[in-house]
Design a protein around this ligand. Sequence first.
Ligand SMILES: Cc1ncc(COP(=O)(O)O)c(C=O)c1O
Length: 482
Amino acid sequence: MDLFVDLDHDSAVPLYRQLQSTLSELIVSGRLPHGGKLPSSRSLSGQLGISRNTVTLCYQELVASGLVRATERHGYYVHVPEASSATGSSAPHESFDWQRRLIVPGGHDLPEIDKPADWFDAPYPFIAGQVEHDRFPARAWERSLREALHKPHLHHSIRDDLAGDDPLLVRQIIDRILPGRGVFADESQVMITLGSQQGLAMLATLLLDPTRAILMEDPGYLDARHIFQRSGARVLPLPVDGDGPIVPGSTAGVDVVYTTPSHHNPTNVTMSLDRRHALLQRASHAGTVVIEDDYDSEFRYHGAPSPSLTSLDTCGNVVYLGTFSKFLSPGLRLGFMVGSPELIAAAKKERRYTVRHAPGQIQRAMALFIQSGDYHRTLRMTRDRMSRKYDLITEAVAAHLPLENPSFPPGGVSLWADVGPDVPVDRLLPAAAAQGIIIERGDIFFFRPPATHHIRIGFGAIAESRIVPGIRKLGQVFDSLR
Ligand SMILES: Cc1ncc(COP(=O)(O)O)c(C=O)c1O
């Protein structure tokens, strides 16, 4: 063990006393834990540049005071007296009032999305927003990570890029991902993010403050609401129906609209084409920025995908957020933002002074993963699997859950279900969890406590073979509560 002790060689207090007082404080405060071995007198005297006798004298004093036990031939061990170990009363962190120093952000009292830490061990993880860990393309990803550490890629993997992005990844996104969403951009319009969440946080910093207002779907993506509330802006609700968000007659006075048009979070409804045109027309007219969070557009099971808002934008006021989270892994923390060059330059500057840039090796590995074709191969396989899962879960839910008029929008990675007033969600969730079934509550996504009783049933993370037995079992849980 290395111990740093600041000794004052000019002081009138003898060195052994100074050392004894510092070690006593470390022991009593719990920073040197009970039972821990102290360095030998030879080693500590070497570390501190003092004589061995000084250390021995100090240890003898500590033994005499009861804070250290000496064992023959084995050395000296910390012995924390019971009273101080029980209370830990002299720990310095307890005497400093951090609560008074910390700024309380807006939205601190909002509920939070909660996922059990060990959800992947549950037999029926109908959890939203996660992926099937066993299906992660680990071999291909490992290949890309390894290749990223060799020339000519090494430089890009390990350099400090200040405000820059990996040019190969930006190129791959421009050439091979964005055209699939009808988005055509150049390098000045793309920035790599640490996932859409970072994109949202940066947009909040750049576009919102307490004098501004943002409109977002109600119910809506709760983490986005947290982010917007933290900026101090007014966060206004935009109701949603079967055609997506109900676009107001005008967005005058609204600085930003945030929307998830491909598959609305949390209901999965797809925004109709008419609404898309209406939103763009009104936002352009009022000078409102539109944030299009296209977090899971990959997953469309029936019908043609709708054109992204960004592809329909003729005014330049739309910002697009894409992510690698939903079909590859949210743990990679990688996504991208597409917008006007002015916005992207400001966002890169903002990012430089927070995290600089996404980790170089992860960016380069993703670029190689896309370039090699592994990305699109994995995407095709994931889409096929998700499509099979969608068929299984929609049939099973219709057959086994007592829902009234269930309707399933043709895409997304979770279902949104109204369970009606007879089965209290507060009792349903723990009763399901007791059977190893993880589903999520829906009320937290609303601005005000809703009159409806919704749950969210994700099917991205659960294995295909578990879906039907899990939903059947969930049906039994419903029955037991009615
Ligand atoms: C609507 C929506 N946007 C963004 C995100 C966050 O994505 P990322 O992991 O890229 O930060 C999620 C994650 O669940 C989401 O549901």
